[in-house]
Design a protein. Structure first.
Length: 81
């Protein structure tokens, strides 16, 4: 699975520190738990052990990330042996 997450906050650093973890890792973990709960009985193990992230700094990087996210599954289909 590939995706782009945009993190936008109107909270102050003090408000963010007061609640549960709002790190990228905690967001990914909660997402994976939810999907696993729904899918594991039908498909078994569905996730790789880790995830890879990249910080996008500008519009060119965002464009490249979107293109990669859209085209990568097509590349995998051509790789099947």
């Amino acid at each position: 699975m590939h995706g782009i997450i945009e993190i936008v906050s109107t909270m102050t650093p003090r408000q963010i520190g007061a609640g549960t973890s709002k790190s990228l890792g905690s967001v990914i973990r909660r997402f994976k738990i939810g999907v696993t709960t729904q899918m594991q009985s039908q498909y078994g193990r569905i996730w790789h052990r880790n995830y890879y992230d990249r910080i996008i700094h500008d519009d060119a990087g965002l464009h490249a990330g979107k293109a990669y996210t859209l085209l990568n599954p097509i590349r995998w289909r051509g790789d099947e042996s």
